[in-house]
Design a protein around this ligand. Structure first.
Ligand code: BTN
Length: 265
């Protein structure tokens, strides 16, 4: 795995020495956080052929069967305060979109905030985790990316079969995971260089990719479900929602469902 990945990376990729490949792991994000706490340098990447406890946002799991997907985490040390990194998940989404487009010719949409989608189905997701000091400075960030690559529809567990897709299903072809992982790493490297200096440009790209904008949505919390229209993305990457009573609110966490997607009718 490492050999084919290294050959697929551009010659000027600067973090080749910091790539760790695993056959099986519980979660590349969990291991990346452990390595981050032990001082792993900026650009440390972990890739696994299989995860036994892949994690998603909001405490969900991420189905990560062997040799069927990309399961990758990257440790970044941007040297800034957490308040300057609110757009990190959005930036990663666009960077992964760039990589997928460069390899397949097709660009996924992004369902706010972190789902990569084709049509009404989920192709993958992003899980961003931060380690902060007492003042809120970022010790390191872990960005975790999971992409379904070679599953046919019956390879997905029953509960996600109607809402998941893979690159094989979308493109009709087998996509080389080494080539895609290399494109993602290279794109993430470019993204990390521009993250703090090009925030508005990155968010403009995110607005173009975000399939949530303009749609009827529901904002779900443990105590309420509220309906509104997704209007815009603010400079922090939050979703601006217009509610029927005329007020606009920035939603920065939690579950947002789009009417007509993932079984929400
Ligand atoms: C989501 O769908 O909510 C996010 C899914 C993120 C999955 C990736 S796979 C690599 C990394 N390790 C994990 O345990 N999760 C992320």
């Amino acid at each position: 795995m490492l050999h084919s990945l290294l050959s697929a990376l551009p010659a000027n990729y600067p973090w080749k020495e910091h790539i760790h490949c695993f056959d099986t792991i519980d979660s590349t994000n969990v291991q990346a956080k452990t390595m981050g706490l032990q001082g792993a340098p900026h650009g440390t990447a972990l890739l696994a052929k299989e995860q036994t406890a892949g994690r998603g946002r909001l405490g969900r799991s991420f189905h990560s069967p062997g040799d069927q997907g990309i399961y990758l985490s990257l440790v970044l040390r941007p040297g800034c305060h957490a308040t300057e990194l609110m757009h990190l998940t959005c930036s990663v989404g666009c960077a992964v979109g760039d990589a997928i487009e460069s390899v397949t010719g097709l660009r996924p949409g992004i369902k706010w905030t972190n789902d990569l989608v084709f049509g009404k189905r989920k192709l993958g997701g992003i899980l961003t985790e931060l380690s902060l000091d007492n003042e809120g400075n970022v010790n390191f960030a872990v960005v975790g990316i999971g992409i379904n690559c070679s599953q046919g529809s019956t390879d997905f567990p029953q509960e996600i079969r109607d809402i998941a897709t893979s690159l094989r299903q979308v493109t009709g072809k087998e996509v080389s995971s080494a080539q895609l992982a290399a494109a993602i790493l290279s794109s993430l490297h470019r993204m990390s260089d521009r993250l703090l200096s090009h925030r508005e440009e990155i968010l403009e790209r995110y607005r173009a990719d975000c399939v949530t904008l303009g749609k009827e949505i529901s904002v779900v919390t443990p105590s309420s479900v509220r309906h509104g229209i997704a209007a815009d993305i603010d400079p922090e990457g939050a979703l601006l929602v217009d509610f029927p009573d005329g007020h606009r609110e920035a939603i920065s966490s939690g579950e947002v469902s789009i009417r007509g997607m993932y079984g929400y009718v």
